[in-house]
Write a protein that binds this ligand. Structure first.
Ligand SMILES: Cc1cc2nc3c(=O)[nH]c(=O)nc-3n(C[C@H](O)[C@H](O)[C@H](O)COP(=O)(O)OP(=O)(O)OC[C@H]3O[C@@H](n4cnc5c(N)ncnc54)[C@H](O)[C@@H]3O)c2cc1C
Ligand code: FES
Ligand code: FES
Length: 464
């Protein structure tokens, strides 16, 4: 049995856990405000809010693509569709959308309303830039983004005085008309509806964010036994410990991107991870899921390779650690055994004076997979000699690559060395022709990305 609160109503359903929330709200609950379009996480028309109760009793809300969200994953949660915002009056977000003419045919509008409402509930700071980032997964094909952004700007201006942290903001948001008053009762109602911890047999499919799985094989998953990592609080942590960052296997990309530890020790990642998918996916997609799905162009994977990350793998046979650079065996094949999971990702803190940089080439700035991506970690010693160099590349081989840079250690970092590195990277690349570009084009791109790494660190005032 799966139990959750859908808007104001308690649901207890025997539907299969792999049924998507989109299918449940539209076909079972007959709530048609949540729209169905791509069913692949690409458009945002199906956005809903998922409120999950934390250890402190507060409920944190995230906007998610309901087409990739199985109902088993919202057991014990509050799911909000646009109907759940309806009251006698429009909400503040809805009023501003009307006032700024930010809706035309209206197909995208429920998703936009939910994404902006989720931003008000969950963002640490209610800034206009943050509101625009929160909308990066909501595509509108007829209004034009200027009026949508104007509504977002007006929303942030209306809430400018709200400085309470998200966990304490619910009362004020209800008073400001952002959410209906019944939201205030939800934490207590969820407390009476605790979800079962994840327990499953050995053949269960591990579902982390589900953003890859539910694109690849939704038909198969509906009849499978599923094990949801979002119900493993023991895998949901980010901490600094003895010179490394430890990230639990259930941490989402958005939690990672905005965590105090990442903002302090890896500040560039806040922007770099904005290039990964979109907010409604990053709110579910996990760092470990990105690594395990073994895409040759996974953005997190390519960044983690350059950062020299290690995977902590746990299974019935115990616990072992594998460098990410040794984790991929061949195309989509990893070192994971069938009873094993990635329980933690270990990232060494940057050495003093190290330079890190990430580049991604894709057709669109956000919500697009890379044609080629690459990350660099560089340390130099006295006189500008290279003391350590990690250079990763995605989209140029059957697995994400950590390039062989051994022979460049000790060399002076100058224009000639950078050029030699770019050519060596092109030489090591073995891309294939596909929809994202020809093999020859991808080789050239990789060379250019290597040059861009160094041009960018030089532009930032760090002479090369
Ligand atoms: C519209 C769209 C845009 C996207 N854009 C990008 C992008 O810009 N960049 C990018 O890199 N990717 C992108 N992706 C791909 C995908 O979202 C990411 O790879 C994501 O990080 C996968 O994580 P997840 O938690 O959703 O994985 P899931 O789908 O839950 O799982 C993926 C696989 O990993 C396994 N798994 C998950 N966690 C663990 C674990 N801890 N231990 C063992 N096995 C595990 C699962 O069983 C499954 O086989 C996009 C996907 C979509 C649909
Ligand atoms: S239907 Fe397009 S993102 Fe879900
Ligand atoms: S209003 Fe028509 S798609 Fe956005």
């Amino acid at each position: 049995m799966t139990s959750f609160i859908l808007n104001e109503r308690l649901i207890s359903t025997g539907e299969r856990p792999g049924l998507t929330v989109l299918e449940f709200v539209r076909d079972v609950s007959c709530l048609s405000g949540t729209k169905e379009a791509c069913r692949e996480g690409e458009c945002g028309a199906c956005t809903v809010l998922v409120g999950r109760r934390g250890a402190d009793g507060a409920v944190s809300y995230k906007a998610c693509a309901s087409c990739l969200l199985p109902i088993g994953d919202v057991d014990g949660c509050h799911v909000v569709t646009v109907e759940g915002l309806s009251g006698a009056e429009l909400t503040l977000v809805q009023k501003l959308i009307v006032e700024h003419s930010a809706s035309q045919c209206g197909f995208c509008t429920p998703g936009i309303v939910l994404s902006l409402t989720g931003f008000c509930l969950g963002a640490k700071k209610l800034s206009y830039e943050g509101a625009v980032d929160a909308l990066d997964g909501n595509i509108c094909r007829c209004t034009g983004y200027v009026s949508i952004r104007n509504a977002a700007r007006a929303l942030c201006a209306s809430l400018a005085k709200m400085d309470l942290p998200p966990a304490k903001r619910l009362g004020e948001l209800a008073a400001a008309g952002v959410v209906p008053a019944y939201f205030k009762e939800i934490p207590a109602r969820l407390a009476r509806l605790e979800a079962e911890p994840a327990a499953a047999g050995g053949n269960a499919v591990l579902v982390a964010g589900g953003t890859d799985l539910f694109v690849q094989k939704p038909g198969q998953l509906i009849d499978s036994e599923l094990c949801f990592l979002s119900r493993r609080p023991d895998l949901n942590y980010i901490k600094i410990d003895g010179g490394v960052l430890r990230v639990g296997g259930a941490v989402t990309i958005e939690e990672f991107r905005l965590s105090p530890e990442v903002l302090l020790h890896f500040p560039a990642l806040e922007k770099d991870f904005l290039r990964h998918s979109s907010a409604i996916l990053r709110n579910k997609a996990t760092l470990a899921g990105n690594v395990v799905n073994a895409s040759p162009i996974g953005d997190a994977t390519v960044i983690l390779l350059a950062l020299d990350a290690r995977m902590v793998i746990t299974g019935t046979g115990g616990r072992r650690e594998v460098p990410l650079s040794k984790f991929y065996l061949s195309y989509k094949k990893t070192d994971l055994g069938c009873s094993e999971l990635v329980s933690e990702i270990v990232i060494p803190l940057l050495p003093e004076g190290a330079r890190y940089h990430f580049e991604k080439i894709s057709n669109r700035a956000t919500l697009d997979t890379a044609a080629v991506n690459s990350a660099l970690l560089l340390t130099t010693g006295p006189g500008g000699a290279i003391t350590d160099l990690k250079l990763s590349a995605g989209g140029v081989a059957e697995v994400p690559l950590l390039l062989n840079t051994e022979s460049f250690k000790g060399q002076k970092l100058d224009a000639e060395t950078v050029e030699a590195l770019a050519r060596a990277a092109e030489g090591e690349a073995r891309p294939i022709d596909d929809i994202r570009g020809s093999a020859a084009y991808k080789k050239l791109l990789l060379g250019q990305l290597v040059r861009a790494h160094f041009a960018s660190t030089a532009a930032a005032g760090e002479a090369v």
